[in-house]
Design a protein around this ligand. Structure first.
Ligand SMILES: Nc1nc2c(c(=O)[nH]1)N[C@H]1C(S)=C(S)[C@@H](COP(=O)(O)OP(=O)(O)OC[C@H]3O[C@@H](n4cnc5c(=O)[nH]c(N)nc54)[C@H](O)[C@@H]3O)O[C@H]1N2
Ligand SMILES: Nc1nc2c(c(=O)[nH]1)N[C@H]1C(S)=C(S)[C@@H](COP(=O)(O)OP(=O)(O)OC[C@H]3O[C@@H](n4cnc5c(=O)[nH]c(N)nc54)[C@H](O)[C@@H]3O)O[C@H]1N2
Ligand SMILES: [Mo]
Length: 805
């Protein structure tokens, strides 16, 4: 979240689209209720299903799965053509005035630089025109034909309400009503927020869905504002924390990048990453990149990382492609990977195209499962009839199960969606032979290191030299780990005059103290200060909220620097006056930036200096034109399995039917189905009563939703002669499942480009392990194709057929 949970109470309008917060985030949803009750906020829900979020909304619109970019692009067109944007904000705080290179083009649904064989764009033509002094050219009148603002107007003018309705199936009047409601929030003192989750991410163009809404929020001037922002409601209790710590294989902790094979030279790499401003006087925060990188390597390798060996740069793998979960299973499937350690993860249930998953695991030599429970993954080799139709005699994979504790059986921290890190105590010790994850990983590491010590290896240094300074090496203490992540001086840190500012051994107060000379160590620059600033994380539980804005400055610690709202300088005009004095996180007081929140700005940057609020970019502005993998502007592409089979925007160019940069492995093209055979749009989602695939082991949860079901609308039910309670078979080109059918008024047929499109809804929680009635994994049906930027599978838009069983 750019903002945070409590801040939702400050919104005037809340859009829930691409998520279903009332059911998937029922506790956090209370802040929506507060906004409605206390300030008369309105709630709008856009979802293919009339969800429980929709049931308490002020306005609802249905949408065809996988078409949100068309909807949101239509909103952008509405805002631009009706001049409903916040002018000063757009002119100064976004890259609207920047002039784009001549070579940039958009034609027939493709941007310049497309390489069809590689399914990849060369982004060179997407840059700004630069001046001789290294700064970008801008036109604050916004009239230059190639300034971002004018290019946007042209690009989005195609998304008329009529076209939006044709693509999305959302009735035109409903779409226009929502446009009008959104447009009101271009007033400087009116703020809208967006709450989204998987309905946007789990698509072959998921990142662009979110980015399109970010553009709307920028046009309205809603980023940096209390009650505003772009807010991802995250999944598992600590998934924000694990993302911050490098969930994505191309990252290092704190969103630093793992160098790729083009970057073998340390000096060159640091220079490349330390981005200089491309506008005069801007902050361009990534200039500090080398400090964070070097401090990370000091945390990992201690004395073995020194200036003499480029701070152990050669120990880092230089990555040739992302190794996300789809890539891993592709490698297993093609015999390029033979061992897999799987911790707190049930991929057979959770990843798309289940048949491919079990085939892939069958090719392994060994599989290690670290989990408190039996899972579909640990049982993948066992025959469960049609639920898991495998022949164990043909599977040679050796499966090791290491029983772990559960998250509630360890102390440590959680980071919530709002970037707030809080300390938690454990509820109990893991039972029986189970061990905490920390101990399992530590002991695996120590054993592997021992083997390298004894037997050598091709390149043992990165293993042998890991710094492991814990009191009990077999069970590192969570406090020790958090202090390592928070950072400390490892040699005396001195100022320019040689005076010691932080003596060796002392924790640093925050990332501003980190150095690139090897005198500091820090496991994650974004968490720097989490330990020190607070003295003791466990004590950060003050419920004082002096401003009433829901800041709670001494409850937990929000990264970065305990800042609750990112880019909060943008909540003020160019003169440093709040757009809305009743909701001012910071303001310029004549001397400095101050207020209830920690300013996201150099504290003494006077407004006359014109230091722009988006301090992470070299421009100082947010980007309406940005280097996403499938294009600098969003464009509607159909899901890989589309009920239309063509893109109404580009019927004549088949290459622009689906996202041209989405990742598809060669063998998987044949596994996609088409609308002739599988005519219905399908999507998957969760229920409040279960958490994915493991609460089915808990009796109390298992009885609340004991049996698998799918949902269809009344019109389709009638067409197919299906009644509520009948068993049905749902088929995709990858397999079929049988379940009870619930016929519902909550799903309505949509009129899409003259064709009636029915939606089949498939909750995900059943499988062949646990205490519920046995069921089929929903992912028997889903396709194996990944988003172009995040590689998230397209779980939310595919094709099925349905028949009475
Ligand atoms: N009780 C419970 N709570 C959970 C979880 C759980 O398993 N159980 N899981 C947690 C996790 S890990 C996560 S990531 C979150 C997920 O939170 P959500 O994303 O809110 O959960 P989902 O139910 O998967 O999907 C949300 C909605 O997206 C809609 N949708 C599907 N396709 C589209 C589309 O193309 N466009 C639009 N606009 N909407 C679409 C679906 O109809 C559904 O209502 O929930 C978390 N909370
Ligand atoms: N079709 C479809 N597929 C989906 C989704 C969808 O919407 N549609 N949603 C996707 C999303 S967003 C997510 S997050 C995934 C969820 O997929 P997973 O994360 O794989 O599923 P979970 O069942 O939440 O958890 C996996 C395991 O973690 C174990 N566990 C719990 N606590 C601990 C612990 O402290 N230590 C260890 N070692 N193990 C522990 C549990 O016992 C469980 O077996 O599913 C994804 N798959
Ligand atoms: Mo998730």
């Amino acid at each position: 979240m750019t903002n945070h949970w409590v801040d939702i109470k400050n919104a005037d309008l809340i859009i829930v689209m691409g998520g279903n917060a009332a059911e998937a985030h029922p506790c956090g949803f209370k802040w929506v209720t507060e906004a409605k009750a206390n300030r008369g906020a309105k709630l709008i829900v856009v979802d293919p299903r009339f969800t429980r979020s929709a049931a308490v909304s002020d306005y609802y619109a249905p949408i065809r799965v996988g078409t949100d970019i068309a909807f949101l692009a239509g909103v952008i067109n509405y805002l631009l053509t009706n001049d409903k944007i916040q002018h000063e904000y757009v002119r100064h705080y976004t890259n609207a005035p920047f002039i784009v290179k001549d070579e940039y083009q958009f034609e027939d649904g493709l941007f310049s630089g497309y390489d069809e064989d590689d399914r990849r764009y060369d982004r060179a033509s997407w840059g700004y025109e630069m001046r001789d002094d290294g700064f970008a050219r801008v036109d604050y009148s916004l009239r230059h034909p190639r300034c971002v603002f004018q290019l946007m107007k042209t690009h989005f003018s195609r998304y008329t309400p009529e076209l939006v309705s044709r693509i999305t199936g959302t009735p035109e009047d409903r779409f226009l009503h929502i446009c009008e409601a959104i447009a009101e929030h271009s007033a400087p003192d009116k703020v809208m927020t967006i709450l989204y989750a998987l309905g946007w991410t789990q698509h072959s163009k998921g990142s662009q869905n979110i980015r399109t809404m970010a553009m709307i929020q920028l046009l309205l001037g809603n980023i940096g504002m209390p009650g505003g922002g772009v807010n991802a409601l995250r999944g598992h209790a600590n998934v924000q924390g694990i993302t911050d710590m490098n969930l994505v294989t191309t990252n290092l902790p704190g969103y630093l990048n793992l160098p790729n094979d083009q970057h073998q030279d340390f000096g060159e790499y640091m220079e490349l990453k330390a981005l200089k401003p491309i506008r005069p006087d801007q902050i361009s925060w990534w200039q500090h990149y080398p400090k964070y990188h070097v401090s990370l390597m000091k945390a990992w390798y201690g004395d073995a990382a020194s200036a003499d060996n480029d701070f152990a740069y050669d120990y880092l793998p230089k990555i040739d492609r992302p190794y996300d979960v789809m890539q891993m299973f592709e490698l297993m499937h093609t015999d390029q990977m033979n061992g897999f350690i799987c911790q707190g993860f049930n991929p057979v249930a959770a990843v798309s195209h289940k048949a491919k998953m079990t085939q892939a695991l069958s090719k392994l030599k060994y599989l290690v499962i670290i989990d408190p429970l039996v899972t579909e993954t640990s049982e993948f080799w066992r025959n469960f009839g049609s639920y898991n139709d495998v022949d164990p005699s043909q599977i040679q994979t050796e499966v090791f199960r290491l029983p772990s504790g559960l998250f509630a059986e360890e102390d440590g921290t959680f980071t919530n969606s709002g970037r707030v890190i809080i300390w938690k105590e454990k509820g109990a010790n893991p039972p029986g032979e189970a061990k905490p994850d920390r101990e399992i990983i530590a002991r695996l590491f120590l054993k592997i290191r021992e083997m390298y010590q004894a037997e050598g290896g091709a390149f043992p240094d990165p293993i042998l030299n890991v710094s492991w300074p814990y009191n009990n090496p077999e069970v590192p203490d969570s406090g020790e780990l958090l202090r390592e992540i928070s950072g400390k001086a490892v040699a005396d840190v001195r100022d320019a005059d040689g005076r010691i500012t932080i003596p060796a051994g002392q924790q640093v107060a925050g990332f501003a103290q980190l150095r690139d000379d090897g005198s500091t160590a820090c496991g994650n620059w974004l968490y720097s200060g989490a330990w020190t600033a607070t003295g003791n994380m466990a004590a950060r539980r003050s419920t004082a909220d002096p401003s009433g804005l829901g800041v709670y400055p001494e409850w937990g610690f929000a990264w970065p620097a305990n800042r609750r709202i990112l880019y909060n300088r943008a909540s003020c005009d160019m003169d440093g006056r709040p757009w809305d004095p009743r909701r001012a996180p910071v303001a310029w007081d004549g001397q400095r930036w101050s207020g209830p929140d920690i300013p996201d700005m150099r504290p003494n940057a006077a407004p006359e200096e014109e230091v722009m609020p988006f301090i992470m970019t070299p421009e100082g502005t947010a980007r309406l034109f940005a280097g996403m993998n499938e294009g600098p502007f969003p464009e509607h592409y159909e899901p890989f399995e589309s009920p239309l089979g063509y893109n109404p925007l580009h019927r004549d160019n088949l290459k622009a039917t689906n996202n041209p940069a989405a990742r598809v492995f060669a063998q998987d093209w044949a596994s996609f189905g088409d609308a002739d055979e599988f005519p219905y749009a399908a999507t998957t989602y969760r229920l409040t009563e279960h958490f994915h695939f493991w609460t089915k082991h808990a009796q109390s949860a298992a009885v609340t939703q004991p049996s698998q079901f799918v949902e269809i609308g009344e019109a389709l039910a009638q067409e197919k002669g299906i009644r509520s309670g009948d068993d049905v078979v749902v088929m995709s080109n990858r397999g079929e499942i049988t379940a009870t059918c619930v016929v519902t008024k909550r799903i309505k047929p949509l009129n899409v480009d003259g064709k009636v499109v029915h939606t089949v809804g498939i909750p995900i929680h059943w499988g062949f392990a646990g205490l519920t009635n046995r069921g089929y994994l929903a992912n028997v049906l889903t396709p194996y194709v990944g988003d172009a930027n995040s590689q998230t599978p397209e779980f939310k838009a595919f094709l099925v057929d349905i028949e009475k069983a």
